[in-house]
Write a protein of this length. Structure first.
Length: 113
């Protein structure tokens, strides 16, 4: 019998699934991105971020570091009503951060759906 996945593992999988859905878009723009999950955002938000907890954040490439998109698990879980809602919110956050990286509105991205 396979072991049950933890909530953290299930969340990580949702982020990876969303990243996979956007793989062609990123490849078309020749952009390498690292995706990460953290439980909560840092307590030092960027000046442009609202005072509410962000759901995700894009970090531009610096030196040898690739572009990074971080998705914050707990604020997203707090907003989701159920597992389907959780998957939708995760994908929306990943899509918004990729759009920010590419400098386009999220609606212009074709995520393969």
């Amino acid at each position: 019998m396979p072991a049950m996945r933890s909530r953290r593992e299930a969340f990580d999988e949702l982020v990876l699934d969303s990243a996979d859905r956007l793989e062609k878009v990123l490849a078309d723009h020749r952009v390498e991105v690292e995706f990460a999950v953290e439980d909560v955002p840092p307590s030092d938000p960027a000046p442009w971020e609202e005072q509410v907890a962000p759901l995700g954040r894009y970090f531009p490439a610096q030196g040898r570091l690739a572009h990074r998109i971080v998705v914050y698990r707990r604020p997203i879980e707090a907003q989701a009503r159920d597992e389907m809602d959780l998957a939708l919110i995760v994908h929306e956050v990943v899509l918004e951060q990729v759009a920010a990286l590419l400098g386009v509105p999220p609606g212009e991205l074709d995520d393969g759906d």
